[in-house]
Design a protein around this ligand. Structure first.
Ligand code: FE2
Ligand code: FE2
Length: 230
C-alpha cells in the first residue's frame, strides 16, 4: 500500500504522539507530588525513568508517523499536560492518579499494545511497539508499587474506602474509552487492511474484550490482594 493509502495509520500514530506527550507530562507532575510527599527514592527514580520512557515513545511514534507520510504537528491539549489538585491531602491526590492512570491505565495498556504489536511487521512501527510494550510492563508495576506505598503511608486507613468509592467512575471512563460504551468501539465493523495491521493498528472493536479480560484477570485479583473489592 503506497503511503497515500495510509490515512488511518497516520491519524493513529499522530494521536499516539500526543498521548505519549500527555503521559510524560502527567508522570513528571506526579513525580513532583511524590517529591513533595517525601516518597522513597526508589519510587522517585522509577517515576523519572517513566517520564523519559514516555518521551522516547513520543519520539518513536513521530518517526512512524513521518515514515507513513505524516507532516502535521501533533494536536497537544495543553490543559491535559499536567495535574490538578482536588483534595487538601496531597497523598489522596497521588492515590487518585496512581489508581486511574497507572493501576488501571497502564495495566490495560500492556495487553492492548501486545495486541497491536501481534500483526505489526513494518520495521519502524515494530521497533516503536517493541520498546513501548517492554516499558509499559514496568509502568504498570510502578502503579501497584505506588498503591502499596500508599497502603503503608499515613493515609493507609483511608485508601481502601477511597479506591472503592472512586473505582466505578474510573472504570466507566475506561468503558467509554476502550469498551462498548465508546460508540466507535461498539459500532466498528472490524474491517482493516493487512497493511494497516502491519503498521501497528487493530480494529477498535478488538479493544472491548481486552478490557473485559483485564478487569477479570488483572484488576479484580490485584485489588483483592490489597483488600479492595471491585
Ligand atoms: Fe508510553
Ligand atoms: Fe506508559
Amino acid at each position: 500500500m503506497p503511503v497515500a493509502g495510509l490515512h488511518r495509520v497516520r491519524e493513529e500514530w499522530r494521536a499516539r504522539i500526543a498521548a505519549e506527550y500527555t503521559s510524560a507530562a502527567i508522570t513528571q507532575h506526579l513525580v513532583l507530588w511524590l517529591i513533595q510527599a517525601g516518597a522513597p527514592p526508589d519510587l522517585l527514580d522509577a517515576g523519572l525513568v517513566i517520564v523519559n520512557d514516555e518521551l522516547a515513545h513520543s519520539r518513536l511514534s513521530h518517526e512512524v508517523y513521518v515514515a507513513a507520510g505524516g507532516d502535521t504537528p501533533p494536536a497537544l491539549q495543553r490543559d491535559g499536560l499536567g495535574l490538578q489538585r482536588h483534595d487538601a491531602r496531597l497523598e489522596i491526590d497521588i492515590l487518585r492518579i496512581a489508581v486511574r492512570v497507572f493501576c488501571l491505565g497502564e495495566t490495560v495498556a500492556v495487553p492492548l499494545f501486545r495486541h497491536l504489536r501481534a500483526a505489526c511487521t513494518q520495521p519502524i512501527a515494530r521497533a516503536a511497539l517493541d520498546r513501548i510494550l517492554r516499558d509499559e510492563v514496568r509502568h504498570r508495576d510502578f502503579g501497584w508499587d505506588l498503591l502499596d506505598w500508599l497502603l503503608a503511608s499515613p493515609i493507609a486507613d483511608a485508601v481502601p474506602a477511597f479506591v472503592t468509592a472512586h473505582l466505578p467512575a474510573m472504570l466507566d471512563e475506561l468503558e467509554r474509552t476502550y469498551g462498548t460504551a465508546n460508540e466507535v468501539v461498539a459500532t466498528d465493523d472490524g474491517v482493516m487492511a493487512d497493511e494497516e495491521r502491519a503498521w501497528g493498528l487493530a480494529p477498535a472493536r478488538d479493544y472491548a474484550p481486552i478490557l473485559a479480560k483485564t478487569i477479570a484477570k488483572e484488576y479484580r485479583p490485584r485489588f483483592a490482594a490489597r483488600a479492595i473489592t471491585l
